[in-house]
Write a protein that binds this ligand. Sequence first.
Ligand code: SF4
Length: 252
Amino acid sequence: MRGNALANLVEKRSSVSVDKNWCRLPVGGITPFTTIDFPNRLAAVIYTHGCSWSCRYCHNAELRGSSDHPFDFEKLIQFLEDRKGKLDGVVFSGGEPSIHDSLSTWMRYAKTLGYEVGLHTSGMFPERLKNLLPLCDWVGMDIKAPFNNYDKVTLVEESGIEAKKSARLLLDSGVDYEFRTTVHPNLLSENDIKNIARELEEMGAKRFVIQAFQPEGCEDEELSQVKMPVPIISEELYHFLDCKFDFVDVRQ
Ligand code: SF4
């Protein structure tokens, strides 16, 4: 079976043991070229199915569940092989990509081809993240809310506990990162955003990004119908954030 043959190849190239189920990465889509999903790199994004949370503003709702279609892993291999040397990096996104045991093998494989590896994560699995961090060149981690109030966004009780552990691991790892918070006025007040910023600053974070809720793909009509303020945060809040972090960006 080609999956095993390729697993052996990755094992040989990277000198690490490989999960023979590595081909079972349920890919839901690929963005072949992006300049915005992996800072300062030309990259492709690979979106995986599966997520344990139910964020109200999720715009990848179709990726939350498992895939109905068998995934053609050879297509992904071909994609990565064809673009080696033409792209700087590959970002694994979702869904929640760290939910899959096979992710580390795909990351190793991408590295053997010379790609830098990025990860988009909500941090819901700190132990998994810990194992993935040595394979990552950059991590974009969502911070959904103040850690003690995560369930308001994720609809999962105490989800902030795991997210906080992951944020700690990420900061301790030395891997390049950004923390980013999606803002919808029905879910987060400016005071909530200040509390997030205070918590991250206390943890030693230096980079924080605000991104405005995007209605495309969101299944929550109550949220989608709200007209987003422009700009998404006040000047006073921007100044507050700017004093706390080395890098602040607001993505409208
Ligand atoms: S963690 Fe991400 S993929 Fe999962 S529900 Fe929330 S926004 Fe959607």
